[in-house]
Design a protein around this ligand. Structure first.
Ligand code: ATP
Length: 315
């Protein structure tokens, strides 16, 4: 658990962060969003003491960050930065093994962990472990960067635009991998992103920042339904808020019972979002769709239920 209170930082008289207070619970992902220069990266870098705050307190799992040496702190916190920052003269395996080696894990354990992470991120260890960063695509490097940050199973991950500068397909795939790993393992993370869709997709809560302050910190759905200020309204994009709310919910939440049958030609899976189901219903001009798992109908989803979920005042 991370607890930040009264955090401040200025650079030569320019205020970067002004009186930040927030908490991140164990297993929670918090996204920091806001316009360029609002203090997101400075906030992250104070958490791992790459920048020392002018005032305020950072507590990580009950310990004041000032009482832990910067090196020890960073070994316990995975850090992913935009542009990856892999060591170019080290292989993929050496890059991923950096922190475990610093922590003096024995060789076999380091090797096993590297293989496990490469597999988790869809990179076959036999093909990739001994490659150098320059031999990988940008998306593969980015995956290795995230794998490296997670290698020593840190209590916390700080991610600064980890999936930025990728094509939408690769970004989507990495976001899905991150979500899958989170479900399996649990990850406590703070994610800086410029992409609101990414924040809605990955975060449990979102902090909207402006001029070094947090204007509102809330779950994606509460931000969409109740933005408290003009800036937050603008930032979360109210024009398509109904659709954004639908993308936060899954078909399984609204699936009604239906008779067992083979899958018809048009169907959705329980893990599809309501937004995907709505899009398909509009396309098919239908009122309902079969919910299918492993080739059999397991339920039915109705348009009226979906519309109600996206409506103003829905619970
Ligand atoms: N080392 C530094 N020296 C001087 N000013 C700095 C330094 N680091 C950040 N700043 C200033 O502090 C403010 C906040 O910067 P920060 O990088 O935290 O913003 P950001 O929200 O992460 O921006 P972006 O989205 O563009 O990455 C900016 O005005 C920036 O110019």
């Amino acid at each position: 658990m991370i607890r930040v209170s009264g955090l401040r930082k200025s650079f030569e008289g320019v205020t970067a962060v002004e009186g930040l207070d927030f908490e991140v619970a164990h297993g929670e992902v918090l996204a920091l969003v806001g316009t360029s220069g609002c203090g997101k990266s400075t906030t992250l870098r104070m958490l791992n003491r790459l920048i020392e705050p002018d005032a305020g307190r950072i507590e990580i799992d009950g310990r004041d960050a000032r009482d832990v040496s910067p090196d020890a702190l960073r070994r316990g916190i995975g850090y992913v930065i935009q542009g990856v920052g892999l060591f170019p003269h080290w292989t993929v395996a050496q890059n991923i093994g950096t922190v475990p080696r610093l922590l003096r894990w024995d060789k076999a354990r380091v090797r096993a962990r590297i293989e496990e992470l490469l597999e988790l991120f869809g990179l076959d260890p036999a093909d990739y472990a001994d490659k150098y960063p320059a031999e990988l695509s940008g998306g593969q490097q980015q995956r290795v960067g995230v794998a490296r940050a997670m290698a020593a199973e840190p209590a916390m991950l700080l991610m600064d635009e980890p999936f930025g500068a990728l094509d939408p397909v690769t970004r989507g795939r990495l976001q899905d991998e991150f979500t899958a790993i989170r479900r399996r393992r649990g990850i406590t993370a703070i994610l800086v992103t410029h992409d609101m869709d990414e924040a809605f997709r990955l975060a449990d809560r979102i902090a909207v920042m402006d001029a070094g302050q947090i204007l509102q910190i809330d779950t994606p759905e509460r931000l969409l339904r109740g933005p408290r200020e003009g800036f937050v309204r603008q930032f979360v994009g109210l024009d398509d808020r109904a659709l954004r709310i639908l993308s936060l919910h899954r078909v399984r939440e609204l699936s009604r019972p239906a008779a067992d049958a083979p899958a018809p030609s048009q169907w959705v899976s329980p893990d599809d979002t309501l937004r995907e189901a709505a899009s398909r219903l509009i396309w098919e001009a239908g009122d309902s769709l079969a919910v299918v798992e492993e080739g059999r109908v397991t339920g039915e989803i109705r348009a009226e239920d979906i519309w109600r979920t996206g409506a103003r005042g829905a619970p």
